[in-house]
Design a protein around this ligand. Structure first.
Ligand code: ASP
Ligand code: MG
Length: 433
């Protein structure tokens, strides 16, 4: 991944376009990402423009990234699915990327009305190059130089989140919630040596919590959390940040500040592990209520089938989470879990690959519950406590997986709230009031 085509030695010198990129003028440049609710209506867009004017008057030079107006991406997906539930490809990405085109244009109009020079920008204009995995593309390159040139000319770039272009100039999208990744990747592309870079993610919640407060009312706000923990949380179902944005943050040292669109106060900082002073044994209880399990029986004969199946799923961008396999007299049985988002792609792949009499069953009412914490690395016994709590509440566990800093179990969805509440209190995360 080359996130900086930026020729850093050129900063401070005249560039070929004739304009001067003044190093000092790049002080206070900050990438600010606004989610769907922040641009969810004309009133919201107008008040966001007011807030940006205040930031600019205060000396900031924002690079803005926006999502589509809330509900819009879902609406567009719904239209496509009325025609073909399983299709993913260039036409799908062109369709679902269009919501951002609308929101950035409206925001640019609102800023222009307030006397601010603003330029709405689509991915092709910024050279946001991705691979060609439609609906799940990964950013490979961004032209940070161009972006900085705009800023140095006093222009506020308003960038469409979520989209990129592949080698053939097809529009691609980065996966649901992918505007976060656009923002952090832009911050990486414009980073300067010796200057800490951060990226603000404005959202409709004030911070990252120790658990989803809708599920666990005693959940607390987290002030600082490590990249590793946040990455696990994102992978395990926390919807607050797109996982790739945390990966890019970790790789390029971009500190991510998750905060509220509606309040001025600070939210949660995602930072390198060494900057988190208090290392909790468990820092959060995360869940994914949208776990789906596919079962195949009997698995088509031939030694290469499973390798080919999982290879094809991986190439299409499906993250297969947990796999179990067993032998019976009538043949081999496998089960694997994916997130709900990946169900259409998985079904498409299975349709293409299975022509025989194999029965494919999809079970959608599963949930995954996990505890995450870097403290687990050095303290044994967390797994024992995790399973004791589930046993005490008579919650059957279907599948289990662990890593150095997490323990996850797939359980029935109707046990989710009991499990989350009990684990949250077992690991002393409940807020005290
Ligand atoms: N609009 C896209 C979505 O709804 C991207 C984003 O919001 O981050 O998934
Ligand atoms: Mg989001």
């Amino acid at each position: 991944m080359n996130l900086s085509k930026l020729k850093q030695t050129n900063i401070g010198e005249s560039n070929t376009a004739g304009s001067v990129t003044d190093f000092r003028s790049l002080e206070n440049v900050i990438v600010k990402k606004y989610g769907g609710t922040s641009v969810g209506s004309i009133e919201r867009i107008e008040s966001l423009a007011d807030r940006l004017v205040r930031d600019i008057k205060g000396g900031q030079k924002p690079i803005v990234v926006a999502s589509a107006m809330s509900g819009e991406t879902n609406r567009l997906i719904g239209l496509a699915e009325q025609i073909d539930r399983d299709y993913r490809g260039p036409a799908y990405d062109m369709l679902i990327a269009s919501g951002e085109q609308v929101s950035i244009s409206l925001l640019a109009i609102a800023l222009k009305k307030r006397g601010i020079k603003a330029q709405p920008l689509l991915a092709y204009q910024l050279g946001i190059r991705t691979d060609s995995v439609h609906a799940k593309a990964r950013i490979k390159e961004i032209d940070g130089d161009f972006l900085l040139r705009l800023v140095s000319q006093g222009i506020v770039p308003i960038v469409a989140g979520f989209q990129g272009v592949d080698e053939e100039d097809n529009i691609t999208t980065l996966g649901r919630g992918g505007s976060d990744t656009t923002a952090v990747a832009l911050a990486a592309a414009i980073r300067q040596p010796g200057r800490p870079t951060s990226c603000e993610i404005f959202t409709d919640v004030p911070a990252v919590f120790t658990a989803d407060p809708r599920l666990v009312p005693k959940a607390r706000e987290i002030a600082r959390i490590s990249f590793d923990e946040m990455m696990e949380m994102a992978a395990l179902g926390s919807k607050i940040l797109h996982i790739r944005c945390v990966e890019i943050g970790a790789k390029y040292g971009i500190r991510i500040h998750v905060r509220s669109t509606f309040e001025e106060r600070e939210g949660t900082w995602i930072v390198p592990e060494g900057e988190v002073l208090e290392q909790a044994l468990v820092s959060s209880v995360t869940h994914d209520a949208n776990t789906a399990v596919f079962k195949l029986f009997p698995v088509p004969a031939g030694p290469g089938f499973l390798a080919e199946l999982f290879q094809t799923l991986a190439t299409r961008g499906v993250v297969v989470d947990i796999i179990t396999q067993s032998e019976a007299a009538e043949g081999q049985r496998i089960a694997f879990s994916v997130t709900k988002e990946d169900v259409p792609l998985t079904r498409q792949v299975l349709k293409e690959m299975i022509k025989s009499s194999t029965e494919v069953t999809l079970i959608e009412n599963m949930a995954k519950i996990s505890v995450v914490g870097v403290g687990m690395r050095n303290h044994p016994g967390v797994a024992a406590r995790f399973f004791q709590i589930l046993a005490r509440h008579n919650i059957p566990v279907h599948i289990v997986t662990t890593s150095e800093i997490k323990i996850s179990a797939v359980i029935d969805q109707n046990h989710l709230s009991t499990a989350a509440t009990a684990l949250h209190s077992e690991f002393s995360l409940d807020k005290t009031e």
